[in-house]
Design a protein around this ligand. Structure first.
Ligand SMILES: [Ca+2]
Ligand SMILES: [Ca+2]
Length: 497
């Protein structure tokens, strides 16, 4: 009882503190201009990829069946995602149930199997035979993988190529514990069997499409699986490296541990490190952002570990991700790659960068959502190979990240956040909290003029020109990018003096 009372008091105090924070947010208007200093002498990570997952709304959960209605708008969606949205990599998933003598995809695709019935077999693993070194081709099913390659990956690569963009590919193994049927084989506890499945999938993709994934994300969200923990991941990586070597196949970059909760990533990495030879195989330390309460400290520690081990880091999934989070991951987590999750939805949906609007029959509108446009400011201006450099903001509500780009020019990303903490209350405050208006000056980028492009919380786009010492305005929820002014650019001056 006493404990409960104490808990209640703590909760009341917390709520009061948040109420005070809200009052402060309401009452305070920033009067003193903030400043952001770009430090070109400080050099950080190189960018590797901005990603999305190769899926649309083929799994129609509400109608409980396959839905191919996105196919007619597919090219417009992919063009929007890659050319306007700035995506440079697709994640292609292979589920553990691909090792199964029965191919359930054709029946689901033909409408003869419901989504729920199909889903039952997602992670139903049945061994092809009792020898991981001898592949029984009839024991592996790649028809769903082929469908995604033919209908999403290859068309996306063609569109990207047409625009001079190289689209990278990440193959990601998935083995969730959510479904009832788990089969009779554990890839987690039989590393050579895992290696056989991955090697067989790679060989299949190479042979049928000439496609070689750039990266292997070893296991998606091991904390959401029955058997995958750090040591299992480590053993699977060592077995895969050995298998690829003996098959004389080039080993892709390996990414792990991709925990759903960022706060578990380093514990899983420690588990991987207990397996001899495993840690050197981890090229990128990855995490997702599905923690109930996620502190900046958690992200910072991942960044620090990456630095101390000389490895890249990556934030590879958060459906509700924002540009503000992206900047936190880039600066605190030092990430080289970042992924929201979805591509598009038939109508507006939180977290989906592309919206397909079919309200006008026969004339579908395909456009970027607000979050899609805010992220695109970063994704299109900062490309793979570009390097993050130093940037410091004098106000903690202004997040910033600066980059030196391939052509030698700089780019500075700024986001104005409520900075009201994490959790449900923080999210509500971020959504409903009153707007604050900041004024800022930028120094360190050189003494010249800049183009300032912005997308505010409501999705309104702005574009103006600022000199090195001019005051620039930014409101909470707005993301902006500051780049050297291309010659001949026409835009109004940023008048905030
Ligand atoms: Ca097998
Ligand atoms: Ca076998």
């Amino acid at each position: 009882m006493k404990l409960k009372r104490l808990y209640n008091i703590t909760m009341v105090c917390r709520l009061l503190a948040k109420f005070v924070a809200l009052l402060l947010l309401t009452g305070c208007q920033s009067t003193n201009p903030a400043s952001i200093y770009v430090d070109t002498k400080v050099e950080h990570q190189n960018i590797v990829a901005w990603g999305a997952v190769s899926r649309l709304w083929e799994f129609d959960k509400s109608a409980n069946k396959f839905n191919g209605s996105w196919l007619k708008n597919r090219d417009a969606i992919l063009e929007k995602l890659i050319v306007e949205g700035g995506i440079t990599q697709l994640r292609l998933e292979i589920r553990s149930g691909a090792e199964n003598p029965i191919d359930y995809w054709p029946a689901f695709h033909a409408g003869k199997l419901s989504y729920e019935e199909f889903k039952d077999h997602f992670y139903e693993k049945i061994n092809d035979n009792d020898d991981p070194l001898h592949v029984n081709q009839t024991g592996f099913q790649f028809s769903e993988l082929d469908y995604r390659i033919e209908n999403l990956v290859l068309p996306a690569m063609m569109i990207a190529k047409r625009h001079g963009i190289r689209l990278a590919l990440n193959l990601n193994y998935v083995d969730f514990r959510w479904t009832r049927k788990q089969g009779t084989l554990s890839h987690a506890n039989n590393p050579d069997e895992y290696a056989e499945l991955i090697a067989t999938a790679f060989a299949h993709m190479k042979e049928k499409y000439g496609l070689v994934p750039d990266e292997l994300e070893v296991i998606l969200e091991p904390d959401n699986t029955a058997d995958w923990r750090g040591p299992q991941i480590g053993r699977a990586m060592v077995a895969t490296a050995k298998r690829f070597r003996s098959d004389r196949v080039v080993l892709p970059s390996m990414i792990a541990p991709s925990t759903a909760r960022a706060s578990l990533a380093l514990r899983y990495l420690d588990g991987i490190a207990t397996v001899p030879g495993a840690l050197p195989l981890v090229q990128t330390i990855s995490y997702h952002r599905y923690d109930q309460q996620l502190s900046e400290n958690t992200i910072r520690k991942i960044g620090e570990r990456g630095r101390s081990l000389g490895k890249q880091t990556a934030m590879l999934e958060h459906v509700e991700g924002t540009a503000d989070e992206l900047i936190e991951d880039l600066t605190e987590g030092n990430v080289s790659s970042w992924l929201l999750w979805a591509i598009a939805w038939n109508g507006a949906k939180d977290g989906y960068p592309v919206i397909v609007d079919e309200k006008v029959v026969g004339s579908p509108q395909v456009r970027l959502s607000t979050v899609g446009r805010q992220l695109a400011l970063v994704f299109r201006s900062v490309r793979p190979g570009d390097q993050r450099i130093g940037a410091n903001a004098s106000n903690p509500n202004l997040r910033s990240a600066a980059f030196r780009r391939a052509n030698g020019t700089l780019a500075l990303v700024v986001s104005a956040s409520h900075n009201v903490g994490q959790g449900l209350f923080g999210r509500i405050l971020k959504k409903l909290g009153p707007k604050r208006h900041f004024r800022l000056t930028i120094t360190g980028m050189g003494n010249r003029q800049y183009l300032v492009r912005s997308v505010d919380a409501e999705g309104r786009e702005g574009s103006c020109i600022a000199g090195a010492n001019d005051l620039i305005g930014i409101s909470t929820g707005t993301v902006m990018i500051v780049i050297p002014l291309p010659v001949g650019t026409m835009a109004p001056a940023c008048n905030e003096g």
